[in-house]
Every structure is written in structure tokens, then in C-alpha cells.
Design a protein around this ligand. Structure first.
Ligand code: F0G
Length: 455
């Protein structure tokens, strides 16, 4: 088979400033060994997130010029609405400035003390927005999701038996059922069409709306096409429509699978819920035909939605991560398998067994990748989840490092460089040490904590 090449040419470039390891050691010290505190132009390859970091196409930039900035009834809104409904046929499409804004609006209506909201795995902002209303967020992903070696093709699937039990036992407290596609917190793992349909069927039987967090819907549909029996001959667009046809609404961050740098939406079928959401939107985001966005942003999303379901793009997109995953595996770097749609997750606890979780093996690996190669990744482990509300600290369930791939931004030689940096870090892995935290806030400490390497 020939190389699966980047299915695009480069028309505009952004120079990367190349730093030296010595320079980076100084920058790390200044940043308190927290990669969030780095200046982005001191980063060579930025894999902190795939969110809002996509390269827009020539057509999207052309659409930006076409954007209409009318306060109400902008044609940009109608182009945006039509593009969403082409893929996700919901009756009401309500723009918001990003995913979490859509979540905040939804949960301000359906959340509240005593409520219980299940999902396969809630993303942090979703969980945060649920908990901010006093409700409880419950994760019901299948057991295979916790086994990094399990080759299960749909590790994002809902555990249907647990969902059924929750709805039977506590149904009166459950306002909606959620499902995240792909399951970001679980490693970007997909949910099968069969599982989406069964989740919808169970929710409907209990009289609960199913709301899909659709941030990476196209990557999910591509996995369905490649892995689910009977789906290989179907178009991604048809699979996407099927995924959403059984749902009652969705939240979306257009910063992921819409190739936009900002934006999102809440879509709903229910008239009353949509009316309540629009009232709330006017208070917090703006008039319902712009929702906190400029008209030009809505146009960029509309074009991006047409481009993201391109199967040549999706084949290349998923292949990039597989390629990196294969090379890392060959180097003996333990990763979460199969690799997900938007990122490669490295098991830092296994890679650096000499560093106990409370000395942050994920942070140590992330710091080493920056020091060796200027690569910025993100710890998803004890730094992120280890601090409890009462101030105590416990090891997180796992210590991972996420290498999230911006869309259409880096090329194969960047991927090869990343692998070479890993090779260098693997060569000195026994000598890597943990860190200690010297200052931290009481919540969401990973963004602002300062560290010190242990001698
Ligand atoms: N849902 C999922 C599954 C996400 O991954 C994110 C964002 C959101 C909701 C919130 O969307 O950022 O537009 O407000 N994930 C980013 C990440 C931040 O790096 O994974 P947002």
C-alpha cells in the first residue's frame, strides 16, 4: 500500500522557532515546569490540544470574508444552520461560542441538586457544568475502556446494563442521558452505531432524551465505517446522520470536528427545551442567530462541516495517529490501544515505573518531551485529577500523557520528529525523576500549579 499522504497542499505557512535543549531548560524553570505556562512560540510542536488549533482551508477563509455581521437574522446564521442540519437533523440549532457554553446552557435547564446525569464518560467541562448546578455526573463506559491493552474496537461504548439499572433504580432523578463521541476522556475511543442505537432505545423506553456530545462525530463515524460489521460500504455522511437520527439533541464544540478556531452549538428537538435554551442564550451568549460568535465564525463552521466528512481526510487523519502509535510501540513506549481518533495516549505510569504516582510520572514525561524536543503535550493523570476538594491528594486512576493532533497542521516529518524525540527520551527513561508541587490553586490545579524537579 502506498503512503497515506496529507490530502492537502500548503498555501500559507507559520514559521516554527527552533529552540535548543539548553534554552528550553531555562524556559521550563521560568514556567515552573508547567507546560501551560510556556509561551506558545517557545514550542516546536504543540500537541496540547486538538481544540481550536485546526488549520482552516482556503474555502473557509473565503467564507470568513463572506461573513455577515448583522445582529439578527444574518445570512451567515442560516448557512450555519443548514450545514448543521445537513448532518444532524435537529429541529432547533442554537449557536454558542464554544462547547462548554452550550453545556452550561443545557445543564442550567435540566440540571440541579439531586439530579443524576449518566454518560459513557463526561468530558471535564461537561462534568464541571453538571456539578456546578448541584447535579451528579455518572460515567458508565464499558469495562474494556479501562484496559489499555484490550483490542475492543469500540471502547467508548456505553455499558448498557449499567445504564438500564441506573434508569430503573434512580430514573426519577435522571433528566437526560448523554453520550460522548468519540470518548475523549477515555482516549478518543469510538462508540459503535449499534451502541448509540441501543443507548437511545433504553433512554426512550425510560422517557429520557438522549443528548450526544458530538465534538468528534466525524472521527467516530470513520471508525464505524472501518470497524463495524455492515458499515464499510456506507458513506461517512450517512453514518453521521444515523448517529444523530436516534438522538434528541446534541452539544458541540466546533473547535474540533468543524475545523473552526472557535464556536459550538446546542441542538434540540424539543420545542420547550429549545425556547428555554434560547432565553438563557440571550442572557449569556447573545441573540439566537449569533450566540456569542461573529457571523464570519458561523460561515467558517458551515464550510468546515462540509470538509470534515471527506473520507480522504478522515483516512489520513486516523492514519497519522496509528502511524505514531505503531512507531512508539516499536520503541517499547506503552500506549493506550487501539489509538484514538484525535490523540495518542501514552501510559506514563508504565513507561516510568520508578516514579510513584504522587511524584507525577505523566508530568515528568511531558517535561522530558519538551526538554528533549520542544514538544508540548498534556498530562492526564494525578496532576489533573489527584487533588480532592478536601485538600487531600490521591493517585489518579491512571497517569497518561496525551499527544493531541491539531487538524491539518503538522506533516509526516513532524510525526517522525516526534518519534525521534521519544526515542531520545526512552534512552534516558531510567534516569528521569519525578517532581513536587511548590504552589497550586485549590481547583483545576494542572493549569497553574508550579513544580520543582526532585533531585
Ligand atoms: N466535550 C468534549 C468531548 C471535549 O473534548 C471538549 C473540549 C468539550 C466538550 C468542551 O468544548 O472546549 O469548546 O468548550 N475538549 C478540549 C480538549 C478542551 O483539549 O480535549 P470547548
Amino acid at each position: 500500500m502506498k503512503t497515506i499522504i496529507e490530502p492537502f497542499r500548503i498555501k500559507v505557512v507559520e514559521p516554527i522557532r527552533l529552540t535548543t535543549p539548553e534554552e528550553r531548560r531555562g524556559l521550563l524553570a521560568k514556567a515552573g515546569w508547567n507546560l501551560f505556562a510556556l509561551h506558545a512560540d517557545d514550542v516546536i510542536i504543540d500537541l496540547l490540544t486538538d481544540s481550536g488549533t485546526s488549520a482552516m482551508s482556503a474555502e473557509q477563509w473565503a467564507a470568513v470574508m463572506r461573513g455577515d455581521e448583522s445582529y439578527a437574522g444574518s445570512p451567515s446564521f442560516y448557512r450555519f444552520e443548514a450545514a448543521v442540519r445537513e448532518l444532524m437533523p435537529f429541529r432547533h440549532v442554537i449557536p454558542a461560542h464554544q462547547g462548554r457554553a452550550a453545556e452550561a446552557i443545557l445543564f442550567s435547564i435540566v440540571g440541579g441538586p439531586g439530579k443524576v446525569i449518566p454518560s459513557n464518560t463526561h468530558f471535564d467541562t461537561t462534568r464541571g457544568n453538571i456539578e456546578a448546578t448541584g447535579a451528579t455526573a455518572v460515567d458508565l463506559v464499558i469495562g474494556e475502556a479501562h484496559d489499555f491493552e484490550s483490542p475492543h474496537p469500540f471502547k467508548g461504548n456505553m455499558d448498557l446494563a449499567r445504564l438500564e439499572r441506573l434508569l430503573s433504580e434512580q430514573g426519577e432523578h435522571v433528566p437526560i442521558v448523554m453520550l460522548t463521541v468519540t470518548n475523549n476522556a477515555g482516549g478518543g475511543q469510538p462508540v459503535s452505531l449499534a451502541s448509540i442505537r441501543s443507548t437511545a432505545e433504553i433512554a426512550r423506553r425510560h422517557g429520557k432524551p438522549l443528548i450526544i456530545d458530538g465534538c468528534r462525530f466525524a472521527e467516530n463515524a470513520w471508525f464505524v465505517k472501518c470497524r463495524e460489521p455492515g458499515q464499510s460500504g456506507r458513506s461517512v455522511k450517512d453514518i453521521v446522520r444515523d448517529m444523530f437520527a436516534v438522538a434528541d439533541g446534541m452539544t458541540m464544540s466546533a473547535k474540533k470536528d468543524a475545523f473552526a478556531n472557535i464556536g459550538g452549538w446546542l441542538a434540540l428537538n424539543d420545542e420547550k427545551l429549545a425556547a428555554a435554551a434560547r432565553n438563557r442564550l440571550i442572557l449569556t451568549e447573545g441573540f439566537p442567530t449569533y450566540g456569542g460568535l461573529a457571523g464570519r465564525d458561523l460561515d467558517a463552521i458551515a464550510v468546515g462541516l462540509g470538509e470534515i466528512v471527506d473520507e480522504q481526510y478522515l483516512r489520513y487523519r486516523v492514519r497519522t495517529n496509528e502511524y505514531i502509535g505503531e512507531k512508539l510501540t516499536a520503541l517499547g513506549v506503552p500506549i493506550v490501544r487501539p489509538v484514538g481518533g484525535h490523540a495518542v495516549f501514552v501510559d506514563a505510569r508504565r513507561f516510568l515505573p520508578q516514579i510513584p504516582p504522587l511524584q507525577y510520572p505523566g508530568q515528568s514525561l511531558a517535561v522530558a518531551l519538551y526538554e528533549s524536543g520542544g514538544i508540548r503535550s498534556c498530562e492526564i493523570g494525578t496532576v489533573m485529577f489527584g487533588l480532592k476538594p478536601d485538600g487531600s491528594e490521591v493517585p489518579a486512576e491512571m497517569d497518561l500523557v496525551r499527544l493531541a493532533m491539531p487538524r491539518r497542521v503538522y506533516t509526516q516529518s513532524h510525526a517522525d520528529y516526534l518519534v525521534e524525540v521519544f526515542e531520545e527520551v526512552a534512552g534516558r527513561r531510567e534516569r528521569l525523576k519525578g517532581l513536587r508541587i511548590v504552589s497550586q490553586p485549590r481547583q483545576l490545579r494542572h493549569f497553574t500549579a508550579r513544580f520543582e524537579p526532585l533531585a
